[in-house]
Design a protein around this ligand. Structure first.
Ligand SMILES: [Zn+2]
Length: 155
């Protein structure tokens, strides 16, 4: 699993540090960083495929990441899970989508849009862009209609 680094402000020393880590490398405090207002305009990317973790392991780490992302003020998460129909990649995708359908992270995730529904002119894209105009610009052509991703809207 790979997580793109996002920065938050340390409430103790004021330095910018990894928004998802509780430990500050500058002042050594164990306080969670403050919400970075810029984060609400960015897409947080989690790649579930990197390192090919076991499915259970991947979904369990995701739970913790979602909690931290929510605290950090992140609004949109792009989860990369691949779309292989066989093998581990395919297993992660189906387990992840199934967990979403079962509202496994309902306290963190308000809604989700499968990559294959993100097509120009679609209702899903329209709804997303109405609430997140900045974000939708960041979702370039490579994301539209891509079945290997899912967009999560953080609760
Ligand atoms: Zn600090």
């Amino acid at each position: 699993m790979e997580v793109r680094k996002l920065m938050g402000i340390c409430p103790d020393c004021g330095n910018l540090r990894d928004a998802l880590k509780d430990h500050c490398p500058y002042c050594d405090c164990l306080v969670a960083p403050l919400t970075n207002p810029e984060l609400s305009d960015k897409i947080f990317v989690i790649d579930l495929e990197v390192g090919m973790p076991a499915v259970d392991e991947a979904l369990e780490s995701l739970r913790e990441l979602l909690r931290k992302a929510q605290i950090a003020g992140i609004r949109i998460i792009k989860v990369i899970h691949g779309y292989g129909s066989t093998g581990k990649g395919g297993l992660i995708r189906s387990a992840f989508r199934e967990a979403l359908q079962q509202h496994r992270w309902a306290d963190r995730v308000r809604g989700y849009i499968p990559g294959e529904s993100l097509i120009a002119g679609s209702d899903a894209l329209h709804a997303l862009s109405r609430h997140h105009q900045q974000l939708i610009k960041t979702l370039g052509g490579g994301n539209q209609g891509n079945p290997g991703i899912t967009i999560l809207v953080v609760a």
